[in-house]
Ligand binder design. Sequence first.
Ligand code: GDP
Length: 199
Amino acid sequence: MIIKSAEFLISNTDVKKCPSKELPEYAFIGRSNVGKSSLINMLTDYSKLAKISGTPGKTQLINHFIINGEWYLVDLPGYGYAKVSKKMRAGFSQVIKSYLKKREQLTCLFVLVDSRLEPQKLDMEFMQYLGENAIPFVIVFTKADKLTSSAMSKNLTAYKKTMLKTWEFLPQIFISSASSKMGREDILNFIEKTNSEIL
Ligand code: GDP
């Protein structure tokens, strides 16, 4: 997919105020500092579309962008940052939950995880929640440039093994790096293909 345009539309905390056009929607989420803003900027080729976090975890906003006039890209709040209030830290906020449950046109959620880390409890719990609520998702490993390819494949194998303890099928997994643009084509092609199946 070629990105011809990427425009910011609205930020809010209320799912009812999200844009009303019935376009396919792809949302990005992960623990604070996972590299979500960097990935969004890399995918859209707009270096400042999503704000690279200065104070991670503080903003609990649902940010809508429209891409090529055809689909929505949503930057969701990060979860699990230790310095935010206990209520927010206890998993993921009400803002996130109500968005995930109520946004009917959510086509696929991209769950970002840091390639360097072993499976994190919070991410596992989050994906469990997605499964229980039948929310379609894929996983994106971020910051792949920070490890060697053999370390990457070792981590990937371990990650899959952990997931298979509770999941019968694995979700699709992408490997990405905002600095090298690794994964860009795969992710955009996935969105393009999914759009072509539903539009
Ligand atoms: P967010 O809080 O999830 O939106 O994360 P950011 O996009 O703000 O990134 C957090 C930090 O990780 C920043 O210092 C980024 O420069 C860095 N970062 C993000 N993606 C990558 C990547 O692919 N490679 C490397 N080396 N650093 C990254």
